[in-house]
Structure formats: structure tokens, C-alpha cells
Design a protein around this ligand. Structure first.
Ligand code: GLN
Length: 277
């Protein structure tokens, strides 16, 4: 089978399973296996694909057809124009989360001390350091394995990776000191919804926000106050339908003011910002 034929066959399989961007996904996986650039597939399209390679390719394509994230197969996900290493220990960073980073960059000041809770692959923390204003970043996660990945990404993507401190902590448990900003994309999916297509392969611990999806917002809203400098701010990602519930929790706490909500590129409510009273 020629390279071009293999790609066409892969696209058919993916389309039959309603996988989006079937062409890009098919090319990405094959280029990754052949260790060449996606663009180089075209010049090699008439070349024969070895039997072993074919088997491996279609094994991967079938996984993706079943909803397995392609990013786990190629161990890479683009986020803020950087390529992050990912595997099954961390959530695949979402394009929506770039809004969280951009909003944080807008309000952060020179030399701010920033805490990234639930850092996962480190996508947020590393982007803040890469594009930010000389900030000092603390990135925490409950999962040791996630932290190893975040550290690996920091080493790969930053020349100043020493400005990130990684901490294993269940939310605020082992956090000490005060911060100018606390940013977080915590688990926020309602427990009953996790089994849905395309989320079933990602770590539950990174997605499960409890029965109503709000467990980690309750912790953040209760505790962030004690870890913020005066006028310190919290910036959190939320699910598209969680704005009202989260805003109510913030108001009820009586600890914060200036609650704002920002939308993502699809016009969904995505980020909530609030300030310590
Ligand atoms: N945005 C992710 C999704 O919808 C969930 C992220 C999270 O729980 N923090 O798949």
C-alpha cells in the first residue's frame, strides 16, 4: 500500500466514525510514525508503506476512531504556539484554555507571584512564564506523574525553567505564602458526564468535579482568600454552563469583589476573574 492510499483509507475510517479533521489527523499520525513532517507526506505519497508500519498506523487510526486522543499517540499538543508533551497521565490542553492564559497575561504585572493550581501538563504555568512579565510561577498538582510531565515540558520549552517551582499538593494543602494571582483550570465535569465520548480516555482525576461539577470551585473560593495578597486576583476556567453557579458561590462567600466573566472564541462563558476584598 502506498502512503497516499493509506491516508485515504484512514480518512474513510475516521469519517465513518465521525471524527473531526480526519485529513489532518490521518496525516499527523502517519508523519509521526515515519518521523517526517506532515508536509513531507505529499512528496512521498507514491512511496510504499512497509507492512509493519501499515499495521501500526491502522492500529492507531482505529484507536482514534474510537475516540482515543491522537495527542496521546503522537505525544504532543500545540498550546500557545508551543508543543507540549502529553500522555495518559494528563488532560490534553484545550484551545479554550488559551483564553485563561491570555486574560491572566492581561492582568498580571511585572514580577507577580502566580500560583497555578492543578497544573497538569504545565500548559498554563509554562505559557505564563514564556509570554509573561518576569513572573515567578508556582505550579501544583495532586498527581506526581502529572508534575513529572509538567517539569519535562518546562525543561523542553523554557530557557528560564528555574522560575517555575513545582509542588505536589492536593489543592491548597501544601501551599505556603501569598500570591498576586491564583490561576486554575480545575476538574469541572459533572461526574455522570465523564463517560461520554472523547473524555473516557483522559485521567478522571483531572476531569471529575464531583456530582455537580463544582467541588473544586468551592475549595478555591473558600481558600484562595488566605493565599492572596491585597488586591490579589483569582482566574479560573469554567464549563460553558457554570457561570451562574460559580458566580453565586463567589458572591455568597463575601470574600471577593469585581467578579467578571470572559467568553471563549465560541462565545461560551469560559473564564471567571474575581478579586480579594
Ligand atoms: N475543558 C475540558 C473538557 O471539556 C475539561 C477541563 C476540566 O475539567 N478542567 O473536556
Amino acid at each position: 500500500m502506498k502512503i497516499q492510499e493509506a491516508i485515504v483509507k484512514a480518512v474513510k475510517i475516521l469519517k465513518a466514525n465521525k471524527i473531526e479533521e480526519a485529513w489532518i489527523v490521518s496525516k499527523m499520525l502517519l508523519a509521526n510514525l515515519l518521523k517526517i513532517k506532515k508536509e513531507e507526506l505529499t512528496i512521498n505519497s507514491e512511496k510504499e508503506l512497509e507492512q509493519k508500519m501499515q499495521e501500526e498506523y491502522f492500529k492507531g487510526i482505529c484507536k482514534v476512531a474510537n475516540g482515543y486522543p491522537i495527542q496521546y499517540l503522537i505525544h504532543s499538543k500545540e498550546f500557545m504556539k508551543m508543543s507540549f508533551y502529553v500522555d495518559e497521565e494528563v488532560l490534553v490542553p484545550r484551545a479554550d484554555t488559551e483564553i485563561l492564559v491570555e486574560e491572566t497575561l492581561k492582568i498580571s504585572k511585572e514580577k507577580d507571584k502566580i500560583l497555578d493550581l492543578c497544573t497538569g501538563s504545565g500548559a498554563i504555568a509554562i505559557s505564563l512564564l514564556k509570554y509573561g512579565k518576569n513572573c515567578k510561577i508556582f505550579a501544583s498538582d495532586i498527581s506526581e506523574k502529572a508534575l513529572e510531565i509538567a517539569e519535562r515540558n518546562a525543561k523542553k520549552l523554557l530557557d528560564n525553567s528555574h522560575s517555575i517551582t513545582f509542588l505536589q499538593s492536593n489543592m491548597f494543602e501544601k501551599i505556603e505564602g501569598k500570591f498576586d494571582l491564583i490561576v486554575s483550570n480545575p476538574p469541572y465535569i459533572r461526574r455522570a458526564e465523564i463517560e461520554k465520548y472523547s473524555l473516557k480516555y483522559e485521567p478522571k482525576i483531572a476531569l471529575d468535579g464531583g456530582e455537580d461539577g463544582l467541588d473544586f470551585y468551592r475549595i478555591i473560593i473558600n481558600e484562595a482568600y488566605n493565599y492572596l495578597n491585597e488586591n490579589g486576583k483569582v482566574i479560573i476556567e469554567i464549563g460553558f454552563d457554570q457561570k451562574n453557579d460559580v458566580e453565586k458561590l463567589i458572591e455568597k462567600s463575601n470574600k471577593y469583589t469585581k467578579i467578571q466573566c470572559k467568553k471563549d472564541l465560541y462565545e461560551n462563558d469560559r473564564v471567571i476573574i474575581f478579586e480579594r476584598r
